[in-house]
Design a protein around this ligand. Structure first.
Ligand code: KIV
Ligand code: ZN
Length: 531
């Protein structure tokens, strides 16, 4: 068996399912291009049937990115056809179909009697559905992946049966997800080893693992899977994903690299692009990387105590098992100042992983000059933030902050006035509040005639110094949906206003999309009634 491990990145699909993360098409495309630079083998670009935005993102990525592009589909014809339609322009694509296989999933999702009366009958139906789905996907592409959802909690005999059936129907990759992050490393490794013994045709497919991190064991379980015969790992940048997230790409890749003395498996990841990719994913999703996160956290290469500092100064290897440069962390540089030209800006952005057209460059350059006027020194992180803002702006924003004025003092009532641009119109409103931020939010709500529940509000400084850029990330909730907004500015009140307006833009976009989908479904049902 070859020792190369295929890296299947699912940041844009499972990662995007992280609470509060929602990426627009522009952001997904930028991340996909960066993943290509990172040299991942497969990019799971989304779940096309789930929404028009997901479909469009998979379609655009398929047309513009060269890695193998995968689209997720339940074991249903409508999903598989939608995946094919979104993927068909890709040079190489994969349809990834899945069905729940544990008793808990079967009884919970397929409780209806039409799937069978007993668990045994239902299992037969599930196997048949898996086989039909794989065969249907196979009619569109030779590259088909089958996932036995909740394999971690699936009885080994049934798991072996369904995996064998999927391979017989044409699956070329069989994925064994620990969907709930429930297993222990040795238990999960044994499961992979057992499958290799039990499934007769296992050598006709690549075994893949997909480990969630509910017990903090996602990476350990993935490595144990590899040790026992898996040759594809599904993972995400910064470990983002459903609930506690997925196994983190950077941790798996670097663990294999650093410990090549005891482990013979390798990937073809360009590790020097890891840090840029991590930063891009964090700024577009608004999910902050914890400072002590392995490989990409701000403290991953920081040495605090005197003894450690002394040791590192004498010989870095005393306390470092990898160099920062090997994962793309370079010393923060003052990149550019107010006299820097467009060319310098464009080439630094390119080094940081962003591609900009000449038209976009003009907009970013103007923002850069304005920022350089406020801050003398513009750092890499400032540029990343400008790019994040640019991504927000390309999200067909409905509302835009045009102007804000806030007064406050220890003895006066905080008052904010905002002017918001909606298309060609402007609305201005003022309001008071408990503090400057509260007054600002009240003024925005009054201007847009919307009131929403603020679920979380986080502010942090993203660059250093007194003129650092402040980043505000907020989440608002409406019924069962939450919407995230991110705003940056050298002033935190302005950043808060931008973040709030951005969250309201997300909400508006969602309402418009929902209306579109509802009317599409209404016309489908009218059509079927007419037929
Ligand atoms: O966690 C999981 O089981 C998944 C599957 C769809 C592969 O994400
Ligand atoms: Zn998952």
């Amino acid at each position: 068996m070859d020792n190369r491990v295929i890296i299947f990145d699912t940041t844009l699909r499972d990662g995007e399912q992280s609470p509060g993360a929602s990426l627009n098409v522009y952001e997904k495309l930028e991340i996909a291009r960066q993943l290509e630079k990172l040299n991942v083998d497969v990019i799971e670009a989304g779940f096309p049937v789930s929404s028009p935005t997901q479909f469009e993102a998979v379609q655009r990525i398929s047309a513009e990115v060269n890695a193998v592009i995968a689209g997720l589909a339940r074991a249903k014809e409508i999903d598989i056809k939608a995946a094919y339609d979104a993927l068909k322009e890709a040079k190489r694509f994969r349809i990834h179909t899945f069905i729940g296989t544990s008793d808990i999933h079967i009884l919970g999702k397929f409780g209806d009697e039409r799937y069978g009366k007993s668990l045994a009958d239902k299992r037969k139906t599930i196997v048949k559905m898996a086989q039909d789905a794989v065969a249907y996907a196979k009619s569109f592409t030779s590259d088909v992946e089958f996932s036995a959802e909740d394999a971690g909690r699936t009885d080994i005999e049934f798991l072996s049966e369904i995996i064998e059936a999927a391979i017989e129907s044409g699956a070329t990759t069989v994925n064994i997800p620990d969907t709930t992050g429930y297993t222990f490393p040795w238990e999960f490794g044994n499961k992979i080893a057992d499958l290799r013994k039990r499934v007769k045709n296992i050598d006709k497919a690549i075994i893949s693992v997909h480990c969630h991190d509910d017990l903090g064991l996602g990476v350990a379980n993935s490595l144990s899977g590899i040790e026992n015969g898996a040759r594809q790992v599904e993972c995400t940048i910064n470990g983002i994903g459903e609930r506690a997230g997925n196994a983190s790409l950077e941790e798996i890749v670097i663990a294999l690299k650093v410990r090549k003395d005891i482990c013979k498996y390798y990937t073809k990841i360009n590790t020097e692009e890891i840090y840029n990719t991590s930063k891009m994913v964090s700024s577009f999703t608004g999910i902050i990387v914890q400072p002590n996160k392995a490989i990409v956290g701000e403290n991953a290469f920081a040495h605090e105590s005197g003894i450690h500092q002394d040791g590192v100064l004498k010989n870095r290897q005393t306390y470092e098992i990898m160099t920062p440069e090997s994962v793309g962390v370079t010393k923060t540089k003052i990149v550019l100042g107010r006299h820097s030209g467009r060319h310098g800006l464009k080439s630094r952005l390119h080094e940081l992983g962003y591609r900009v057209s000449d038209k976009e460059l003009q907009v970013i350059y103007d923002q850069f000059v304005a920022l350089a006027d406020k801050k003398k020194e513009v750092f890499d992180d400032d540029l990343r933030i400008l790019m994040g803002d640019q991504a927000l702006a390309s999200n067909q924003e409905r509302y835009e902050l045009d102007y804000i004025h806030v007064t406050m003092g220890t003895t006066s009532i905080p008052t904010a006035t905002v002017r918001i641009k909606i298309g060609d119109d402007f609305i201005q409103e003022s309001a008071t509040g408990d503090g400057a931020v509260d007054a600002t939010f009240n003024a925005i709500e009054r201007a847009l005639d919307i009131s929403s529940k603020l679920e979380s509000y986080n502010v942090r400084s993203v660059t250093s110094g007194r003129q650092a850029m402040g980043e505000v990330i907020i989440r608002i909730r409406e019924h069962e949906h939450s919407f995230t907004g991110r705003g940056v500015s050298t002033d935190v009140i302005e950043a808060s206003a931008k973040a709030y307006i951005q969250a309201l833009n997300q909400r508006q976009l969602y309402l418009e999309m929902k209306e579109e989908e509802d009317s599409f479904n209404r016309s489908l049902s009218d059509l079927s009634q007419a037929v």
